[in-house]
Design a protein. Structure first.
Length: 152
């Protein structure tokens, strides 16, 4: 494993433990050259998952796209980074538990919205406004009314 600080290839594992509900291994490593420590995660390689976009094109599944969308929706919200990472893990585990080789971007988007709604209503509305392409204030207001009805 290459050191992210100095680029040296000589690192050693200091500690290993299960992570993400025993679906990964977290390893603490130390660079033999500069002495800095860093963490790596080892996950079982899954079969390649293809995402079917709205225009019917296919692309490889990207955890980073989900993570970026969630982090943007939660920008300046009082939500811990660790909670956001757990949310991404939860979404990814749900997707891979389906044991399919293809999934639509719509299914992923709906899953993200469902999980965001549980975590933070403002982040949910932010994500939904972009995902569902709210075209005017009325569409936005309708979504807010639905959210208010669900909350009592």
């Amino acid at each position: 494993m290459k050191c992210p600080y100095c680029g040296a290839e000589d690192t050693r594992v200091i500690d290993s433990r299960p992570a993400d509900d025993n679906t990964a291994i977290r390893r603490r490593r130390q660079c033999e050259l500069c002495g800095k420590r860093f963490t790596t995660y080892e996950k079982q390689e899954m079969f390649p998952l293809m995402v079917i976009k709205k225009d019917q094109n296919r692309e490889l599944y990207s955890r980073d796209k989900i993570r970026t969308g969630i982090f943007l929706a939660c920008h300046k919200r009082p939500i811990a980074t660790e909670a956001l990472n757990r949310l991404v893990d939860d979404i990814e585990n749900t997707i891979f538990a389906r044991d399919v080789r293809e999934i639509t971007s719509t299914e992923i988007g709906e899953l993200v919205m469902e999980k965001l709604k549980e975590l933070d209503k403002v982040a949910y509305v932010r994500f939904a406004s972009i995902y569902r392409s709210f075209t005017d204030v009325n569409t936005f207001a309708e979504e807010l009314k639905l959210l208010q009805k669900e909350n009592g």
